[in-house]
Design a protein around this ligand. Structure first.
Ligand code: FES
Length: 376
């Protein structure tokens, strides 16, 4: 047996044979409605007496018998939904007006961002009032009569299905939503408006557009009018072409990276992998010309979602990203030969300066890292 609440019925508690859909009582206790299984004689609902499982005596509420009290409850529910609407509007206003850097000091918490506080408080009030309004509505106006419904086979017969539609219709009537437009429209307003902050959070909090942030790295900025030298990472020492033996691999950063304003950010974008191969192994003419004697340099930032591509396979000259196994062919301008990455790794054009050190001739010619919506 399952139990649920439904129906706005008022019932005479005197002893009599119950009719279909009417309350049956187990001697004492609350009003109970048997909805039947729809398979009984005549296709109607069969009402049965059953033992009271111990439910307390049903107590009629003030609003059940007093229309003035019901109207008062209606106004209270609508007021809660109205407060929710106001809080939602304040959420939107806070989102637009409160500065991201503004700080407030709260007791027990200390200094914290004013934007977070205002968004949290207004959203909390908005949700709370919708919840309180719904609970108050259920407690004071919706029917609190307990019903009992028998379980039935998975596919209900047509009579039951029609009965379900009838129950839903009755339930709609039971909540009084069809008869109380004030609640209907205020609830619709509160829930409808609540979509706005969700949308704002979704669209407005995706972070700033990358613009040319990934297109410009420290390699683009000359040092004393010259291309920056390639420095070993983490030793921070320059690399001579003669140091790069066949098959060797270097993790590289631009010279002077620790002197810039945000070194960590600069390192993330400018990280490079330097590899030495037989010049004859390189199939791509542009790759060969942008390197020197089979020594080539490529961005280490995976074009899938930006993990560092650091696994170099000497015999195949494949470069592997450990995150999702994107594989780049270093003999063919790092084209993608496997995995989810869609673009080849950007190459850094290098040469040798008068002192024999490797230097970058220019920055990357395309943004490093993952694709984003401003570029395919
Ligand atoms: S980040 Fe490299 S394959 Fe996903």
């Amino acid at each position: 047996m399952t139990t649920s609440f439904t129906g706005p019925e008022r019932h005479d508690h005197s002893e009599h044979q119950p009719e279909p859909g009417e309350v049956a009582r187990g001697g004492h206790g609350s009003d109970l409605i048997n909805l039947g299984d729809g398979h009984h004689e005549g296709g109607g609902q069969l009402l049965e007496r059953f033992e009271n499982p111990g439910l307390p005596e049903h107590v009629h509420r003030l609003g059940d018998d007093d229309p003035a009290a019901a109207r008062r409850s209606e106004r209270q529910v609508a007021s809660l939904f109205a407060v929710s609407m106001v809080a939602t509007l304040l959420f939107v206003i806070s989102y637009i007006v409160v500065g991201k850097g503004a700080i407030v000091t709260l007791p027990l918490i200390g200094p914290t961002k004013a934007l977070h506080v205002s968004l949290g408080v207004t959203l909390g009030i908005s949700l709370l009032c919708i919840g309180l309004g719904a609970v108050h509505w259920a407690k004071t106006l919706m029917s609190d009569t307990e019903v009992v419904e028998e379980r039935h086979t998975l596919r209900s017969p047509d009579e039951d299905r029609e009965g379900t539609v009838q129950i839903l219709t009755d339930a709609a009537e039971s909540t009084q939503i069809t008869r109380r437009p004030l609640i209907k429209y205020s609830l619709g307003g509160a829930l409808g408006l609540f979509v706005v902050p969700l949308g704002l959070q979704l669209v407005g909090s995706l972070g700033p557009l990358p613009h040319d942030n990934l297109g410009v790295t420290l390699w683009d900025r000359k040092l004393n009018g010259k291309g920056r030298r390639l420095m070993r990472d983490p030793e921070n020492t320059p690399i001579r072409l003669s140091d790069v033996t066949l098959g060797s691999v270097f993790h590289v950063l631009p010279e002077g990276i620790d002197d810039v304003q945000n070194p960590q950010d600069a390192k993330v974008k400018a990280a490079v992998l330097l590899v030495s191969m037989q010049e004859s192994d390189i199939k791509n003419a542009k790759e060969a010309s942008w390197g020197i004697q089979g020594v080539v340099a490529y961005s280490k930032i995976c074009t899938h979602v930006g993990c560092p591509v650091g696994l170099y396979e000497h015999t195949t000259h494949h470069l592997l990203c450990p995150c999702h196994q994107s594989t780049f062919d270093m003999t063919n301008d790092c084209e993608v030969i496997f995995g989810p990455a869609k673009r080849r790794l950007p190459q850094l054009k290098i040469s040798v300066n008068d002192a024999g050190y490797l230097v970058a001739d220019q920055g990357f010619q395309e943004p490093v890292g993952p694709s984003f919506w401003e570029r395919a």
